[in-house]
Design a binder for this molecule. Structure first.
Ligand code: 8YV
Length: 320
């Protein structure tokens, strides 16, 4: 039987590409270069399936130009904001993602962002690397203790729930705002707030875990930042589009916000130079799911979805 033709848009872990080559007629991207929309369209017109990351954007215009052969977009990501799901559905293209397998890795990065921000780790590291550590005193580099503080989760999906669990490990009280209240066995004693404002008022640390949607764009802005407790800490491992970065720079500059730990930005790759110029920001280049185990698991999960689809079964992680 002819193997389905699969375009793997970015360089994936070797074990993942080896499994893909066993079961599909694969087109790989060994140079791991980013394809332009025109190149992405040209590649996808010649295959039955594409396995992209969040770096490949499938807008309505791109989807309209894909042609009739492409049947499934099997994302190597849990976020799907890079795909116009309504356009994919209208075009009869199945879309899947890779939930669950990256929750632990991303929660680890959220804790790293929280601690490096709250305890001024980025500032201290930079000071020593610059050869400027020439003084110590009891008042030196005092930060914000997280133990016993309130950890606010905006978006209590899989990643939010695992991150909340890690925060409990630091002796933090978990609060959350979500479209729907969780059942007890998932809520695990966390305090539900049915409004964003209610959550913000009690978040000594606010961690963003909601999807990037048109409704959530810039949800963290000058107005909402002002509703946080004085000298709160912001953590973002979700999507850069959730944050008005100019407003964040303002709040960090005045000290209204004590610090921020960010793994995602409006402009990726690259980040934000104004944020990078501030001492009270810890910055990472979107590595939330970047562990060996997780990237293997994500690749296998995407291939499991493709295998199900081409075997005539419903993919387990279908989102459109
Ligand atoms: C991906 C991401 O995990 O999963 C997501 O939604 O934000 C990304 O971190 C990464 O691009 C690997 O594909």
């Amino acid at each position: 039987m002819t193997k389905p033709k699969l375009f793997i848009a970015r360089k994936l872990r070797d074990v993942v590409e080896a499994r893909a080559a066993r079961d599909y007629a694969v087109i790989l991207n060994p140079e791991d270069r980013l394809f332009s929309p025109a190149e992405l369209i040209a590649m996808c017109r010649e295959v039955d399936a594409v396995l992209p990351c969040h770096s490949e954007r499938f807008s309505a215009d791109v989807i309209a130009a894909l042609g009739p052969r492409l049947k499934i977009i099997a994302n190597h990501s849990v976020g799907t904001d890079h795909v116009d799901l309504a356009a994919a559905k209208a075009a009869g293209i199945v879309v899947t993602n890779t939930p669950d397998v990256l929750s632990d890795a991303t929660a680890e990065i959220a804790m790293l962002c929280m601690l490096r921000a709250a305890r001024r780790g980025a500032e201290g590291d930079a000071m020593i690397r610059a050869g400027k550590w020439d003084f110590w005193s009891p008042a030196f580099m005092v930060g914000r203790q997280v133990t016993g503080k309130r950890f606010g989760v905006l978006g209590m999906g899989r990643v939010g729930q695992v991150t909340a669990e890690r925060a409990r490990g630091f002796g933090m009280e978990v609060h959350y705002h979500n479209r729907r209240r969780l059942p007890d066995h998932l809520e695990k004693g966390a305090v539900f707030h049915d409004t964003l404002e209610g959550l913000l008022a009690v978040s000594d640390v606010l961690s963003l875990h909601c999807p990037s949607t048109p409704q959530n764009a810039g949800i963290i802005n000058a107005r909402t930042l002002a509703l946080l407790p004085e000298r709160a800490v912001l953590v973002n491992t979700a999507r850069g589009g959730l944050v008005d970065e100019a407003a964040l720079v303002g709040a960090l500059t005045t000290g209204r916000l004590f610090a921020a730990g960010l793994d995602v930005f409006q402009t990726e790759p690259g980040g934000n130079t104004a944020l990078a110029a501030l001492p009270n920001v810890f910055l990472l280049p979107h590595i939330g799911s970047a562990t060996e185990e997780t990237r293997d698991a994500m690749g296998f999960r995407a291939l499991d979805n493709l295998d199900a689809f081409f075997a005539g079964r419903e993919p387990g992680d279908r989102v459109a």
